[in-house]
Design a binder for this molecule. Structure first.
Ligand code: CMP
Length: 137
């Protein structure tokens, strides 16, 4: 079994899509091992996305992630990192496959309704960042 870190972003929470996205998540075979509704502080969002700090969209990204509540998740299944990215679809919803979460619920590249770790190493870092000592086994 593998774990990954996921976020239902503020755009989807504002549109009452938490339940729909969690239904897709569970139907795709993921167990929810930790879940928290929270509004990120600017400092948390800047720290979380520090790897993108030199990118032109960094300010917009941090602003968006703090604009309202989001849902933080630890998801578990076999091959969780790759399967969650497949379940979300491409970062830009315009390129996302039919039936994926981003195709169904996202508006744009910037407001793309969900996040998923891009490797097992980053999943461990991201889970420790938001759920220190707080994940059910
Ligand atoms: P996420 O998987 O959370 O990781 C980094 C985020 O940066 C990504 O989803 C997008 O929401 C955002 N992002 C990536 N590229 C762009 C871009 N060109 N313009 C705006 N936002 C972007």
């Amino acid at each position: 079994m593998e774990q990954t870190f996921a976020i239902i972003k503020p755009d989807a929470v504002a549109k009452n899509q938490i339940g729909d996205i969690l239904a897709v998540t569970e139907a795709a075979g993921f167990k929810i091992r930790a879940m928290q509704l929270t509004q990120m502080t600017r400092k948390q969002a800047e720290g979380f996305y520090a790897v993108h700090s030199a990118r032109p969209f960094f300010g917009e990204l941090v602003e968006f992630m703090c604009e309202g509540p989001c849902v933080l998740l630890c998801l578990e299944r076999e091959d969780a990192v790759a399967k969650w990215r497949e379940t979300m679809g491409a970062t830009n919803p315009a390129n996302a496959a039919e039936g994926t979460i981003r195709k169904r619920f996202a508006e744009s590249m910037g407001r793309n309704c969900s996040h998923g770790s891009d490797s097992a190493e980053n999943a461990a870092i991201e889970l420790a960042y938001f759920f220190p000592g707080n994940i059910l086994q």
